[in-house]
Design a protein around this ligand. Structure first.
Ligand code: TYM
Length: 344
């Protein structure tokens, strides 16, 4: 059920990706490809490279700068048009951290402690991770709500963070007796909302996995993509004739999902087409499809990366547009909270 929007709020999409390493096929199918679809549907779209989130774990400064530019190049190469979507890096729009602080004072310690992503990242070492990593989801809520965005396309792993964003919006509205922040709708759609590791079908494909064989990077060349798919873990059985038959075969299911998402088909249609086929047949077909879909993006990224000044210009122009949307929202929040704003 959708909650009615507060007065003055119009449908708007916001989403973000951390520039902490290269973009993976998981980022592409779970997020970026959907960002492009939403842009092309004509909804107002705001997309952010969340560099402030990236530094919640250690980032080498030169690598962070490079990864931010590379991610921006990936967005544009995949079809984000900086004239239609707002594309920028988070640290250039200070509204995010300003609202993030206010949300640190709204969110409760218990809520944050229940975040599975924090527990996974902190592991047994929770005394020794940064305070920023613990507060991460409050900054994420600020990213979204600084634009009073209503819809957030993400992969499945972000679902719990978006529930927390809803809780923060509701608590803020209740505490201050206002109907100010919308309760956002997560958009988790498509055949590949959770792309798994190519080495272990029970683990998410991730840029932080120590094994490069576990993932396809948007910077991989055609031979590397094909080799990684050829070597992907599978089982000895042929593909079944229905999805039911993939229930306990996570690696096989993952490859079917990837194929479906790349082809713009449903997993049902893919098993229908390849019923009874061995992986000796399916993997080369998947490799060809992946190369056909990803290679043009990789080539365009390389071309764009040859002119880093132009990428920086695009991010700067995007940040200015983002600022014009977020600044009035944050000023209203300061007013609601009771801050004196007499400087301007
Ligand atoms: P991040 O940088 O880990 O991932 C960016 C997006 O890619 C999706 N994704 C995947 N989807 C399917 N399969 C996978 N294996 C896979 N790996 C990643 C993620 O779900 C995400 O949509 N906290 C966020 C960044 C963020 C954000 C936001 C997102 C900060 N502020 C505001 C939305 C709105 C993150 O770490 O994503």
């Amino acid at each position: 059920m959708t909650t009615p929007l507060p007065a003055g709020v119009t449908p708007r999409i916001f989403s973000g990706i951390q520039p902490s390493g290269g973009l993976t096929l998981g980022n592409y199918l779970g997020a970026l490809k959907r960002f492009v679809e939403k842009q092309d549907e004509g909804i107002e779209t705001v997309y952010c490279l969340v560099d402030m989130h990236a530094i919640t774990v250690w980032q080498d400064p030169a690598k962070l700068r490079h990864a931010t530019r590379e991610a921006a190049a990936g967005f544009i190469a995949a079809g984000i048009d900086p004239a239609r979507s707002i594309l920028f890096n988070q640290s250039q729009v200070t509204a995010h951290v300003e609202l993030g602080w206010i949300f640190n004072c709204v969110a409760r310690m218990g809520w944050m402690g229940r975040m599975t992503q924090f527990k996974d990242k902190a592991g047994k070492n929770s005394e020794n991770v940064s305070l920023g990593l613990f507060a991460y989801p409050a900054l994420m809520a600020a990213d979204i709500l600084a634009y009073r965005a209503t819809m957030v396309p993400v992969g499945e792993d972000q679902k719990q963070h978006l529930e927390l964003c809803r809780d923060i919006a509701i608590k803020f509205n209740n505490d201050y007796k206002v109907d100010f922040f919308p309760v956002v709708e997560p958009i988790i759609e498509g055949a590949a909302t959770r792309v798994m590791s190519l080495r272990d079908g029970t683990k998410k494909m991730s840029k932080s996995d120590p094994s490069d064989q576990s993932r396809i990077n948007l910077t991989d060349d055609a031979d590397t993509i094909a080799a990684k798919i050829r070597k992907a873990k599978t089982d000895p059985e042929p593909l079944p004739d229905s999805l039911e038959g993939l229930k306990d075969r996570p690696e096989a299911r993952n490859l079917v999902n990837i194929y479906a998402a790349l082809a713009g088909a449903t997993p049902d249609a893919v098993v229908g087409e390849y019923a009874g086929a061995q992986f000796g047949k399916f993997k080369p077909a998947l490799a060809d499809l992946a190369v056909a879909k990803l290679s043009p993006i990789t080539t365009e990224m390389t071309r764009l990366m040859a002119d880093p000044a132009e990428i920086d210009r695009i991010l700067g122009a995007g940040a200015e547009r983002a600022e014009t949307l977020a600044r009035p929202v944050v000023e209203q929040v300061y007013d609601i909270v009771g801050m004196i704003r007499s400087r301007r």
